[in-house]
Ligand binder design. Structure first.
Ligand SMILES: Nc1ncnc2c1ncn2[C@@H]1O[C@H](COP(=O)(O)OP(=O)(O)OP(=O)(O)O)[C@@H](O)[C@H]1O
Ligand SMILES: [Mg+2]
Length: 274
């Protein structure tokens, strides 16, 4: 397998707490890989290491052959590794469209600093027009095109997360890390999101997904990796993970919020199908 991202014996400690212990993991080019595990297993911590928000206590991450050690989140994003956050926030009083425009500007889109001068040489207008066209295309892609002029605060929480996905896609990544993207979505929104993930992959973008919605994970993943207390306890295709005793034990053994989340997701689905 040709790995686009390699996690090489990464460990993360917070004082005495071992959040990740010696994680070793390859993500293949073009696959949809899910990283699952109970609350506190170290999933978000792993994302934070991969995207430069956190320095590991040991080990290294390589992306397309380049070591990410010491690189800033911004530099890593420029290499083509994008992410969404577990807790996404929008500017509620701005429109959905303006939220994306603000994000695009924040990503350092080339804008003229001197509007008058730029207008004279005809560049700011073109740049801004291009940016607006890009924002529209991104919103269409994630399915928010029809809601572009609504206030972002009027969107359901699950839909607000799509704004974060649009902004991650705006960086034209080779790989996208999604941290609990369907939390807060109902069953039909989740189905639409599964289609979106597949479309993203069809465009050649590798996907690493963290999600507690087990039916969704089982449906969309090529491969699943399971963490428990910062350790990899299982790895394989969905059919194998579903029946893996160590995985069942990790989820059922704790009476954890992960288990509750999975049960709730299942109940939502069943209600939708009833
Ligand atoms: N900045 C931090 N400082 C101290 N401890 C932290 C920090 N970030 C995470 N932890 C701890 O590290 C462990 C792993 O947390 P992490 O957020 O990676 O879990 P997770 O698998 O993403 O869980 P969830 O499913 O609830 O999002 C937890 O015990 C958490 O309390
Ligand atoms: Mg998390």
């Amino acid at each position: 397998m040709s790995a686009i991202l390699s996690v090489d014996h990464v460990g993360v400690r917070f004082g005495g707490l071992v959040a990740i212990a010696d994680l070793h993991l390859d993500v293949a080019q073009g696959e949809i890989l899910s990283l699952i595990g109970p609350n506190g297993a170290g999933k978000t911590t792993a994302f934070n290491v991969m995207t430069g928000f956190l320095k590991p206590s040991q080990g290294d991450v390589r992306f397309r052959g380049t070591s990410l050690t010491g690189l800033s989140p911004h530099a890593i994003a420029r290499l083509g590794l994008a992410r969404t956050f577990q807790r996404t926030s929008v500017f509620p009083d701005d429109t959905v469209f303006d939220n994306v425009m603000i994000g695009l500007h924040g990503q350092g889109a080339q804008m003229a600093r001197a509007p008058l001068l730029a207008a004279l040489i005809g560049r700011a207008g073109a740049g801004e027009r291009q940016l607006r066209a890009r924002a529209e295309a991104l919103l269409d892609w994630v399915g928010l095109g029809a809601r572009a002029q609504e206030k972002a605060g009027a969107l359901a929480y699950g839909e607000q997360r799509l704004v974060g996905v649009a902004l991650a896609l705006a960086t034209e990544p080779a790989m996208l890390l999604l941290d609990e993207p369907v939390s807060g979505m109902n069953a039909s929104e989740t189905r639409v999101f599964v289609r979106l993930i597949r479309q993203i992959r069809e465009r050649g973008i590798t996907i690493l997904l963290v999600e507690h919605d087990m039916p969704m994970v089982m449906e969309v993943s090529d491969r699943i990796v399971v963490l428990n207390y910062g350790r990899l306890i299982a790895e394989g295709p969905p059919e194998a993970i579903r029946s893996d005793p160590a995985v069942i034990e990790a989820y059922l053994g704790q009476g954890s919020a992960a288990r509750r989340a999975a049960a709730e997701a299942q109940a939502t689905r069943e209600a939708a199908h009833a």
